[in-house]
Design a binder for this molecule. Structure first.
Ligand code: ZN
Length: 387
């Protein structure tokens, strides 16, 4: 009785995992990954829609199940991170555990915030509000772990990025907004006094995510290969584009592109050495002449070549993303310019320039609408963007 007539339709999977802090075992619930595909990704990877591969599941939100949580010590982390929260950092699990206990569990003020955020969380009936609080919990805990927040901050960046997605969800989905926005606002209001760094909206969460990725890029020993560095650069560029920071995004893309180029040159060099070595081995020259200095195995070179192909695809994709974002940004800037000029019809060109620049209109755009210098040679409007 009460049993699922068709157990195949149960969309939930369960996994029992010990908490990395207190070692208590908890059953974690997730949506089986084969049941859905996230689609139509925004420039910052936000999936705008989900395609369900079985009928009748459309009311589920895969994002709600991302953060795993221990009800005993409140430790919260992303599904792939919970098992080993120090995998992308250079501190040991033992040290992380000690830091968590001293900075979170033994600090009465923080413990109170964690209890407040974790109140009533039940993964069996998770909703947007619970999911939102779990993200805040995971962010707060890592912010208080100094080596993570100042060095190996990839996971912290990821949680902030996903928090930005949740803000986007609640702002764009009228059902979610109706049900939860008031509660979210009240929560933020009461938390802000005790947690001043709390990212209170989508923009602040995106900025925080980008800054944590930047910290990782500059300080983490875990970013130790060209591939990991380039991937991180592109992630930072994506968030800049989403924020509308076109110039910064472009600079990071140009830097990453340069690194992709030099990585590919390196692969080419290795391949040529590999070919030389093969030729020498097959030829009849004296043994001492057969030496070709190659410090990588065939397997390592094949791996590099595969990584190089992936990076090339990523670089092309980023170029397209950049062009799209640049077009939208230009259109926005032009529209704002026209509006300002229309409502300030009595202003002199100098005054107009001043007003436009004060409204954060790009100098190149201002120059197009109110040129200060007479046109001489034909110069691209967005010189910095056309590299
Ligand atoms: Zn625990």
């Amino acid at each position: 009785m009460g049993k699922d007539k068709n157990p195949k339709l149960n969309p939930f999977g369960k996994s029992t995992l010990p908490c990395p802090i207190c070692e208590i075992e908890t059953v974690h619930i997730y949506i089986k990954p084969r049941l859905f595909v996230e689609r139509d990704k925004d420039v910052d990877y936000y999936p705008r829609s989900v395609r369900w591969l079985k009928e009748g599941l459309g009311n589920l939100h895969p994002r709600f199940y991302y953060i795993r949580y221990c009800p005993k010590c409140f430790f919260a982390a992303g599904d792939e991170i919970f098992k080993n929260p120090v995998e992308s950092s250079t501190i040991s699990l033992e040290k992380f555990r000690k830091l968590y206990i001293s900075s979170c569990l033994k600090d009465p003020k923080i413990l109170k915030i964690m209890q407040f955020l974790a109140k009533g969380i039940d993964m069996k009936s998770i909703d947007f509000y619970q999911c939102f609080r779990l993200h805040l919990l995971a962010i707060l805990q890592l912010q208080l772990c100094e080596p993570i927040a100042t060095r190996d901050a990839t996971d912290l960046g990821r949680y902030c990025l996903r928090l930005a997605w949740l803000y986007r969800d609640v702002n764009s989905d009228s059902n979610l907004r109706k049900q939860f926005s008031q509660r979210i606002n009240n929560l933020l209001k009461s938390l802000k006094t005790v947690w001043p760094e709390l990212p209170i909206n989508e923009k602040k969460s995106l900025i925080m995510a980008r800054d944590y990725y930047q910290v990782t890029l500059s300080n983490s020993y875990k970013v130790d290969t060209e591939v990991s560095e380039i991937n991180l650069l592109y992630l930072i560029a994506r968030i800049n584009l989403k924020l509308g920071n076109i110039k910064e995004g472009h600079e990071v893309i140009a830097l990453a592109k340069e690194k992709v180029r030099s990585f590919q040159a390196k692969i080419k060099e290795y391949m040529s050495l590999q070919a030389q070595k093969e030729r020498a081995a097959n030829s009849k020259v004296e043994q001492h002449q057969k030496q070709v200095n190659l410090d990588k195995t065939d397997e390592e070179i094949a791996e590099m070549a595969q990584a190089g192909r992936k990076l090339k695809t990523l670089a092309d994709e980023m170029q397209t993303n950049f062009e799209d974002c640049k077009d939208k940004w230009q259109q926005r800037q032009f529209a704002i310019c026209k509006k300002i000029i229309k409502s300030n019809s009595n202003a002199s060109p100098e005054q107009l320039r001043e007003i436009l620049l004060n409204k954060d209109i790009d100098e190149a755009v201002v120059e197009k609408f109110c040129p200060v210098t007479p046109k001489k040679e034909k110069k691209g409007l967005f010189g910095f963007l056309n590299r």
